[in-house]
Structure formats: structure tokens, C-alpha cells
Design a protein around this ligand. Structure first.
Ligand code: HEM
Length: 515
């Protein structure tokens, strides 16, 4: 009896292992002609999980980019998934007119509720987007700015304490002077800034200089957590497992665990009659009709999950990367500083939005840092419509196949971005032809089309105020000119520590007194 059960199990296991190989050999989709990313990419999606999860000295998006350089413009990254390597694919996959839907990975990401980024039904997505559009509208910057200005004030008070003596020209900072961790403060500011605009949630990260937060548990008790560390600890395994949508279900019960607690706190404030001007408010009370909208609490929790992922990570890592590239490139540093100094007076301690919202070179630095190091680095797979071929970059892709091009790769296409590895903010300021349009047409940091990021105005405000405030008041130096910022990448890119020397600039105030 036992022997026959054993044999049956062996048979099932053998078939389960063999079937993908048979399927690969049958090649019903005709994808075998494309080079594979690794030996198993044509056979099992686990090959993709492996690429995400494995430790390697080169980051995953970089490896994929290099694989495209070596193997060609189309690579099979999973049995039914093609990765593209030329910017020509961007519009076909993500553009306004693209009929492609998000692929099944986004289904897998749906826990009990759905958020905008993982909704796959077009009508439901359009209706949710319409509902929250008024909350995200750029005109709300006026209500968001005081929150960010207050935060920047606390930041400055802390930065002043980290300042060391000015660095004499031509010298390197002493190791003991590398007091400012540009990654830590950037991530903290991004997280706190987004939470204040999104949820009116004051975390106290900038006051305390750490991500420790006390969560109120549903049972009335409280738990201290390292918020950023905890989220990254969760999203690391998620990003590695999610692609194998069946295996991922074991992690699903964990999704939303913290968002539930944050959402409860926000809901309590609403129930107590507080009318807060934040992004969450629109899901509690329709900003147009004043009615209670058709969004349940599980969906609100899901929206928060999305915020604690791309929104805080994207903003935090942009702050870190832009400061890194500026400080590393003396010419850009000088130019952006001159631009900021011209816009702000010596008495402007916190950069007012009104004075920094139209600084072309600062904006170019942010865009260029995003081009080289997109915070949301992972592939955003879309599915071709079933039953017919779909053209991507001039190539017929069979129906019901996943396709993607990572922002990291698209934004290094040398046809659109000559000298692609160089940090050249000035490329965004070239005038006179359709050069800028060509670059924007393939700029994928926020993706594009109907699924484009809704939080761009939020993050642009946070980034402009943070960077202009810091660059106006302080000087920075990395350990040495060759120092390189390291990162961890799962789905988003997380910068590792960036020790810098920080010191107060000296300049003349209007009444001639040096401050
Ligand atoms: C530099 C910062 C940011 C980056 C790089 C970024 C990037 C992205 C990307 C790539 C997507 C598309 C995801 C996909 O297709 O799977 C997205 C969607 C989204 N982002 Fe952002 N994001 C940033 C900041 C924010 C902020 C601050 C918020 C809100 C507070 C936000 C809210 C959203 C929402 C709601 C969506 C879903 C849009 C939809 O599918 O309709 N993002 N973001």
C-alpha cells in the first residue's frame, strides 16, 4: 500500500517536473527563438524568482540590462514573458493608447482589498482614479506645503547639530567628520513627508532621526517597530516570491498587516469628526459630492499598502540619489547651487515652494538622477490581449504573453540618451528640436498612460523643498570622489548608507553680516 502511494507521489512529482520541459519543447507560443535570461527561464517562472532573490554583486536590473547588451533586444525571462531592451518598446507597452492590461502578478498582489496600482479591471480602476483625483490634484500643493516646510524646519535643526567645520579646499573629509548619513535622512524624510500628506500621520522620524514608530495595536496595546526596516523586511521576500503567483499565497496573510493599524488610526480620527486635508480623506468622503464613497476599509488599507511601497520608497530613494549625484559632480553642484541661491534669499532657511517650483536645473538634476537610478526599478509586466499577436517595437508578440521593459534599461537607450551612464542634467535643458519630447516619451520613472503614478506632485514638492533647503544652507562632501553609493534591489531600489560630511555655508546677508 505504502509502496504504491510512494510510487504515485513519485509519478506526480516526475510529471510536475517534466511537464514544463515538455511545454518548453512544444513551444506553442513560438518564444523558443528568443535567448533566455538563465538556463531555466524558458521552463519555469521560478527562474525569474531566482533572479530577483539571489545575492549577486550586480543589481538585478543592471544584470538584465547587461544581458540585453549581450544577448539582444528581446530576452525570455520566464516561460510566457519577454523583456525588451530598446526604448522603442516603451510606448507600445505602457503608452496612452496601449490596450495591454497589468499581468497576473498584480492579481496576486491583491490581498483582501485592491489598490489603484494593482487593480486589473479597467472600469473599477477608472472609477477609483476618478474618486481620488481631487485629493491628488497639483493645486493641493498649497495645503501640503506647510506640512513639508515644518518637517524641513525640524530637519534643519537636526542638520545644524551634525555640522562640522568647513572643509578646506582640496582636502578630503576626516572619517570622524562623516556625520550625515544621506541615505538615512533621505529615506526618513521621504517616508514621513508622504505619510503626512497621505495620512496626516506624524511619525516623528525627523525629530528622532530614526524610523522607530509606536503602533497602536487593535487590542489596545502598542508595539514599537522600525517602520522602514520592517517594510523592507517584508517586501524583500514578497518581491522574490510574487512572480510565482501560487507560491506567493503563503505570504498573502502578512500583507496589509501594518497598513491595517495605520488605517484604523486614521479612520478613528475621521469618526471623531476631524476633517483632515490629506490623500486618505477622499476615500472617506467624496471631495466632490460630500457623500461617503463606495470604497470599503479593506480597499483603503490596500491603498495604504501601495503608499508604504512605491510612494515612500520612490520618494526616499530619489532624495538620496539626487543628492548623491549632485555632490559627486562638481559642475552640476556649482550650477544647481547658483540657481538655488538666485531664487532664495540668505534669510530663506526653508525653501518656499513658490521660489523653487520652477528651477529648471534643479528639476533637471532630479530627472537625471531618476533616469540613472529609478527608485521603482523592477519590471512592470503587462499582458498582450488573448487570441491575437500584438506589435511591440516592431515585433509580433503572441497573445496572452507578458511583456515589459524596465525603466533602468529604457532610460539607458543610447539612441535617446547619448552617453547613457553619465550624469548630465543639462540633457534635459536642450532646446530647439523634439529632443525633450523623445526623452519624456520613454521616461518610465512614473510610468505613463492610464496607469501613470498619481503621486508625482506630492513627490516633486517633497523633493524640491528638501534638496533646495539642504543645498542652500549646507555644503556636503562624500568620503572621496570615487566613493560609490551601494544599493539593495528587490522590486524597488533601496540605497545603503551614504556617510557624508556636512557643514554650514557662509554667505553675506542683506545687511552684510555673515551668517
Ligand atoms: C519618486 C517617487 C515615486 C515614484 C518613482 C513612483 C513610481 C510609480 C510607478 C512606477 C507606478 C506604476 C506602478 C505599476 O505600474 O505597477 C506608480 C503608481 C502609483 N503611484 Fe507612484 N511613485 C512615486 C511617488 C508616489 C507618491 C508620493 C504617491 C502618493 C502619495 C504615489 C502614488 C501612486 C499611485 C496611487 C499609483 C497607482 C496609479 C494607477 O495605477 O492608477 N506615488 N508610481
Amino acid at each position: 500500500m505504502l509502496a504504491s502511494i510512494g510510487l504515485s507521489l513519485l509519478g506526480v512529482a516526475f510529471f510536475a517536473l517534466l511537464w514544463p520541459v515538455i511545454d518548453f519543447l512544444r513551444d506553442r507560443r513560438g518564444l523558443r527563438k528568443y535567448p533566455v535570461q538563465n538556463l531555466l527561464s524558458g521552463v519555469t517562472t521560478l527562474a525569474y524568482n531566482w533572479e530577483i532573490g539571489r545575492r549577486h554583486k550586480t543589481l538585478r536590473t543592471r544584470r538584465l540590462y547587461e544581458a540585453h547588451q549581450e544577448k539582444g533586444p528581446i530576452i525570455r525571462v520566464a516561460p510566457d514573458w519577454l523583456s525588451f531592451g530598446t526604448a522603442a518598446a516603451v510606448k507600445d507597452i505602457y503608452g496612452h493608447k496601449s490596450p495591454l492590461l497589468k499581468n497576473e502578478v498584480y492579481f496576486a498582489l491583491q490581498g483582501e482589498g485592491q489598490h489603484l496600482a494593482n487593480m486589473t479591471d479597467k472600469a473599477a480602476h477608472a472609477s477609483r482614479r476618478h474618486l481620488v483625483a481631487a485629493s491628488y490634484a497639483p493645486k493641493n500643493v498649497e495645503t501640503w506645503e506647510p506640512k513639508i516646510a515644518d518637517l524641513a524646519g525640524v530637519l534643519v535643526a537636526n542638520m545644524d547639530k551634525l555640522c562640522t567645520a568647513p572643509l578646506p579646499k582640496g582636502l578630503l573629509p576626516a572619517p570622524r567628520d562623516l556625520q550625515f548619513d544621506g541615505s538615512l535622512w533621505g529615506l526618513l524624510f521621504g517616508f514621513e513627508g508622504v505619510c503626512q500628506i497621505g495620512l496626516s500621520l506624524k511619525l516623528g522620524f525627523i525629530e528622532q532621526g530614526s524610523d522607530v514608530f509606536t503602533l497602536r495595536r487593535p487590542d489596545g496595546g502598542s508595539t514599537k517597530i522600525n517602520a522602514i526596516e520592517t517594510l523592507h523586511g517584508y517586501y524583500g521576500p514578497v518581491a522574490s516570491l510574487i512572480w510565482d503567483t501560487k507560491t506567493f499565497s503563503i505570504l498573502k496573510p502578512l500583507s496589509g498587516i501594518f497598513s491595517k493599524w495605520y488605517a484604523r488610526g486614521r479612520q478613528d480620527r475621521f469618526d471623531a469628526g476631524e476633517q483632515l486635508d490629506d490623500l486618505f480623506q477622499g476615500m472617506l468622503k467624496d471631495r466632490r459630492s460630500g457623500e461617503r464613497p463606495d470604497v470599503n476599509q479593506t480597499d483603503r488599507i490596500a491603498e495604504m499598502d501601495q503608499m508604504f511601497n512605491g510612494a515612500v520608497d520612490g520618494t526616499g530613494s530619489s532624495l538620496v540619489n539626487t543628492l548623491y549625484y549632485i555632490v559627486k559632480h562638481p559642475e552640476a553642484y556649482k550650477r544647481v547651487r547658483a540657481e538655488i541661491d538666485e531664487a532664495l534669499g540668505p534669510d530663506d532657511v526653508i525653501a518656499p515652494w513658490d521660489k523653487v517650483k520652477n528651477l529648471p536645473f534643479l528639476k533637471a538634476c532630479i530627472d537625471e538622477a531618476g533616469r540613472l537610478a529609478p527608485g521603482v526599478a523592477g519590471d512592470l509586466p503587462r499582458r498582450t490581449p488573448p487570441g491575437k499577436d500584438y506589435m511591440v517595437a516592431g515585433v509580433a508578440v503572441p497573445g496572452d504573453t507578458s511583456v515589459s521593459i524596465s525603466a533602468y534599461t529604457a532610460q539607458r537607450d543610447p539612441v535617446i540618451f547619448p552617453d547613457p551612464e553619465a550624469f548630465k542634467p543639462e540633457r534635459w535643458l536642450i532646446k530647439g528640436d523634439d529632443h525633450l519630447k523623445k526623452m519624456l516619451d520613454v521616461y518610465l520613472v512614473f510610468t505613463m498612460g492610464s496607469r501613470m503614478c498619481m503621486g508625482k506632485s506630492v513627490t516633486v514638492l517633497i523633493q524640491s523643498v528638501y534638496l533646495a533647503t539642504l543645498l542652500h544652507r549646507y555644503d556636503f562632501a562624500l568620503a572621496n570622489p570615487d566613493w560609490v553609493l551601494e544599493k539593495v534591489e528587490f522590486f524597488n531600489q533601496w540605497p545603503k548608507s551614504m556617510p557624508m560630511k556636512i557643514w554650514r555655508r557662509e554667505w553675506q546677508t542683506t545687511n552684510g553680516v555673515s551668517v
